[in-house]
Design a binder for this molecule. Structure first.
Ligand code: 13P
Length: 269
């Protein structure tokens, strides 16, 4: 069950955010997305301060008092423990994405397996993933916790809500912690299904027309893509790799978009 505080969108006290981070840390640990002292979580508080997990602790058994508060530049303002070694990666999201209020980093094993194999999750396979995330690109390897990792991430952050980190793990962001956590779950679930499909046979990609219909359906699922636009769409059975900014439509894709618009208009009446 999702605790009330995590599920509601109302404005929260720092205490509630502290409890939410501990719950999300426990979920990540229980689902095997992290082991030992891996992973980190943060939330941007209403006044712009950052509430984050401490370094070198198991994130599944944190107490609210273990968390650390920093300013938007990462200067520690409160907390007895040391901040996460990967705080700079979180700060990059907050700096580049005013819409982002929470960041989640973990090493979910199947998705990380793809990242270690040098593979992104960029194929048009699952409607929920396409609607929710478009695709999940792979960010080039750089040493965790260094400015080089932030430099690798920078070109992707404005355009994507979920990323694989080569030879490392995954990072997600969202307008709240629950959304960022769900995106991490979606990455791992999608990686598991992709792997199962590859073991079962040859995965069947959706067509560009089907992907266009799913993109057109995003408002129905209350999905707002990253405000930066420009995300690459997943690879389809007809091989079309396009971007949000530069969409080439076949006649049938255009028909699908018109169908969706007409359907929406009918529902409104
Ligand atoms: P921290 O404990 O410093 O947050 O680091 C955990 C981690 O996942 C390193 O990749």
């Amino acid at each position: 069950m999702i605790p009330d505080s995590l599920s509601s969108g109302h404005s929260k006290s720092e205490e509630q955010h502290r409890r939410d981070i501990c719950i999300a840390g426990r979920w990540m640990y229980e689902r095997g997305f992290i082991v030992a002292c891996e992973g980190n979580l943060s939330v941007r508080l209403e006044d712009g301060r950052i509430l984050t997990t401490p370094t070198c602790m198991n994130k599944g058994i944190l107490d609210p008092g273990d968390l650390v508060v920093t300013d938007s530049n990462g200067r520690q303002l409160a907390g007895d423990r040391k901040v996460s070694s990967e705080l700079d990666m979180h700060l990059l999201f907050y700096r580049m994405r005013p819409d982002v209020q929470a960041v989640c980093h973990a090493h979910p094993p199947t998705a990380t397996g793809f990242a270690v194999a040098g593979r992104s999750l960029n194929q048009a396979l699952l409607p929920e993933v396409i609607v929710g995330l478009g695709q999940i690109p792979l960010v080039q390897y750089a040493t965790p916790g260094t400015p080089e990792l932030s430099a690798s991430l920078e070109p992707f952050v404005p355009h994507y809500d979920a990323l694989l980190l080569a030879n490392h793990g995954a990072v997600t962001c969202g307008p709240d912690l629950l959304t960022a956590f769900f995106r991490m779950e979606t990455i791992e679930h999608s990686a598991k299904i992709t792997l199962a499909a590859e073991l079962a046979g040859e995965p069947v990609l959706l067509s560009g027309r089907e992907v266009a219909k799913l993109m057109a359906a995003r408002p129905r699922y209350f999905v707002s893509p990253p405000p930066g636009g420009g995300a690459e769409l997943p690879i389809t059975s007809d091989g079309g790799e396009t971007t949000d900014d530069d969409v080439k439509l076949t006649r049938s894709e255009l028909d699908a978009l018109i169908d969706e618009a007409v359907r929406k208009d009918r529902n409104r009446r």
